[in-house]
Design a protein around this ligand. Structure first.
Ligand code: GLC
Ligand code: CA
Length: 557
């Protein structure tokens, strides 16, 4: 395997709107990020991924870009961005921006020109098709709900939008469009970006071989995933994108795509793949509060474990996955994986240990390192995200009462992870001196960074230990490149694995439930590298794991 600089990355994801406001307008901004670089340096991470900060009407919080070459004024300006790159470099921190190239905003000049003249070249930058007798070209559903097609004025033409109607899909079959995109990517790479997280990239290739498909719900529409996600032929686009941009700069690239069949990973993260790593969501789509898993944490964990290991083992021969438990599209991990009464230091440090040492690139989402939690709302009006409102409507359409629909939204909605970061117990959690754009979780009074900094037994300190271990001279080789071998699979509620190379053996053992577990254990321990409890209960034959105990052990080879 060829070694690359990004393989020892530990990435911190910033949701800029909610990270740190510097000018009192209630919206996080680039200057706010600069002000907090020392915090991130001290945490130990070495790469930051910033969600979109380009010019945008913010229909989807910046994932709808109206000008790729400009910064949205709510976040600052290009000088701020250049300063951020410089200040980050001083601290040996690299920056990834979000790259949204499956779609633009409907306010992007290309789309505006397309609308002005449906015969212009710009109309072919998008996917515009003829409707049939006043109905859309086909019955595909948008990923955010409702038809994926929007009629253009009173014409019989429709444009495709896999996300909101403010996000028209780009036509990747058009070579001129592709070259425009590559030019833009290189513009940013030249500025000194280390790379990109690449949004919704699985969807750039569409298969229109079917017009209508059998509906999968009462709305008459169909998800049609096989026709717009990782469609065969996508690798041709990805190769070209890589050749003309990332490869030239040796960039780090994080593709947002779960590749269902592991063998296809070769096209994505293989030696010649477009991406350094991909974000696979398969293990994250579980929730202890879903009807299916209520009171069955052990069964849920077993599925999560199987999914994780299947992907781990399947990906090794090709490359590196991204390891994560949180991001801006998911509710907080503690709420998803841990029954409410048991959320706390032990369960949260266990979750952290469980995923952090898997083979691949570890990601931490802002606030995860202090155990920020979901903030359920009393009314649907308190949510701001279009996708949330669309889901709510879908539930009502399926016959749920308003109360039931709100309850589901409160469990599964992605906005929970977007509340402002809790820096301190000062007013507005130290996030802003103004009125925050989104209500702050009132638990900031006791869950905040200041409270946990320099405290021996806080989650934040624990995260620093994880990061330090993963970066340490003595262990990084095995933790980055070593094999992953699932162990102790016969024990319910335990997720454990070994990382191993010719020289070293490291065991990562996590008891993911709130009852103790005794496992047969005869290994000869060389070093205890991490333990979220003070002690280890060990005798000649067995190891007793306490509730939510996690330990990382070096074993004599
Ligand atoms: C990705 C982003 C999500 C966004 C969507 C559309 O999934 O992570 O936040 O809404 O793409 O751009
Ligand atoms: Ca601001």
């Amino acid at each position: 395997m060829i070694k690359k600089w990004w393989q020892d990355s530990i990435v911190y994801q910033i949701y800029p709107k909610s990270f740190q406001d510097s000018n009192g307008d209630g919206i996080g901004d680039i200057k706010g990020i600069i002000d907090r670089l020392d915090y991130l340096k001290d945490l130990g991470i070495n790469v930051i991924w910033i969600c979109p900060i380009y010019k945008s009407p913010m229909v989807d919080h910046g994932y709808d870009i109206s000008n790729y070459y400009d910064i949205d004024p709510s976040f600052g300006n290009m000088d701020d961005m250049e300063l951020l790159l410089k200040e980050a470099e001083k601290r040996d921190i690299k920056i990834l921006m979000d790259l949204v190239i499956n779609h633009t905003s409907d306010k992007h000049i290309w789309f505006q020109k397309a609308l002005e003249d449906l015969d212009s070249k710009y109309a072919d930058y998008y996917i515009i098709k003829e409707g049939k007798d006043g109905t859309p070209p086909n019955n595909w559903r948008s990923i955010f709900g409702g038809s994926a097609w929007e009629r253009i004025g009173d014409t019989n033409k429709y444009y495709l939008h896999l996300f909101t109607k403010g996000q028209p899909d780009l036509n990747w079959e058009n070579e001129e469009l592709r070259n425009e995109l590559y030019k833009m990517v290189n513009y940013w790479l030249k500025k000194g970006l280390a790379g990109f997280r690449i949004d919704a990239i699985a969807h750039i290739k569409k298969d229109f071989s079917y017009v209508n498909l059998p509906a999968d719900a009462p709305d008459g529409l169909v998800g049609a995933w096989e026709y717009h996600r990782n469609v065969k032929g996508i690798e041709v686009f990805l190769d070209e994108l890589n050749e003309k941009t990332f490869k030239i700069y040796g960039s780090m690239t994080v593709g947002e795509t779960d590749v269902k069949e592991v063998d296809r990973l070769v096209d994505f993260i293989g030696e010649n793949g477009c991406f350094s790593t991909v974000f696979d969501f398969c293990h994250t789509l579980y929730h202890v509060n879903d009807e299916e898993w209520k009171d069955k944490p052990v069964e849920m964990l077993k599925e999560i474990r199987d999914k994780l290991f299947e992907k781990q083992l399947g990906s090794v021969k090709y490359g590196f996955l991204s390891n994560f438990i949180e991001n801006h599209d998911l509710p907080r991990a503690a709420n998803r994986f841990i029954p409410e009464k048991e959320v706390g230091f032990y369960s949260e440090s266990m979750l952290a240990t469980m995923y952090f040492f898997l083979r691949g690139i570890p990601f931490i989402y802002q606030g995860q390192e202090i155990g920020m939690t979901d903030f359920p709302k009393k009314s649907i009006d308190e949510f701001l995200d279009l996708a949330t409102h669309q889901n709510y409507k879908t539930y009502l359409g399926k016959g749920l009462t308003e109360e039931e629909a709100l309850k589901r939204i409160n469990v599964e909605c992605r906005e929970h992870s977007r509340t402002p970061l809790q820096w301190s117990d000062d007013e507005n959690a130290g996030f802003t001196t103004g009125t925050p754009w989104f209500e702050i979780n009132p638990n900031y009074k006791h869950i905040n960074i200041k409270e946990q900094e320099d405290k021996e037994n806080s989650l934040l300190t624990y995260y620093k230990r994880l990061i330090k271990l993963r970066k340490s001279k003595d262990y990084k080789e095995v933790l980055i490149y070593g094999d992953t071998i699932p162990i102790f699979e016969q024990y319910d509620g335990v997720i454990a694995y070994e990382r191993r190379n010719e020289k070293q053996r490291i065991l990562i053992i996590n008891n993911c439930v709130n009852k103790s577990s005794t496992i047969k254990f005869k290994e000869n321990i060389k070093n205890v590298l991490l333990n979220n409890y003070k002690e280890i209960i060990l005798d000649k034959e067995s190891l007793e794991l306490r509730l939510y105990q996690s330990i990382v052990l070096e074993i004599n080879n």
